[in-house]
Design a protein around this ligand. Structure first.
Ligand code: FES
Length: 129
């Protein structure tokens, strides 16, 4: 009798590293319809009591926590500048919408970002923890 080791592949099965990557939606939450966030706009959503600002930059959706790290300003109400930055409406700190990085005084710390997936015309974001 022959017992294959637990991680062995069957002869007609592709090795794990050659299989197509699987996308799991299990830790994502549906937050809006894609049409709710037209290009060049933002939208506030709330997930697990976390305020998240969605931004549409030329058709690409990004999600960052709606909290300016300087003094809690609502970034969703900020102005989009330089194509990929948001200027806080309170004191003018700029953040990179794609990475959350703080780019200018008076903010020094990045705001949180959340992964985004688009599926069936809906925006899904990574569950905030
Ligand atoms: S609260 Fe955003 S710059 Fe001060």
């Amino acid at each position: 009798m022959f017992f294959a080791p637990p991680n062995a592949t069957q002869p007609d099965e592709e090795p794990a590293d050659q299989r197509p990557a699987e996308t799991t939606m299990s830790n994502f939450v549906k937050v809006a319809a894609l049409t709710d966030v037209p290009a060049g706009t933002s939208k506030l959503v709330e997930v697990s009591q976390v305020r998240v600002a969605l931004f549409n930059l030329d058709g690409e959706i990004y999600a960052i926590e709606d909290v300016c790290t300087h003094d809690g300003g609502p970034l969703v109400e900020g102005t989009i500048v330089n194509g990929c930055q948001v200027r806080c409406p309170r004191h003018g700190a700029r953040f990179d919408i794609r990475t959350g990085a703080a780019l200018s005084f008076p903010a020094f710390e990045a705001t949180n970002t959340y992964a985004v997936q688009i599926k069936d015309g809906a925006v899904w974001i990574e569950q905030p923890v």
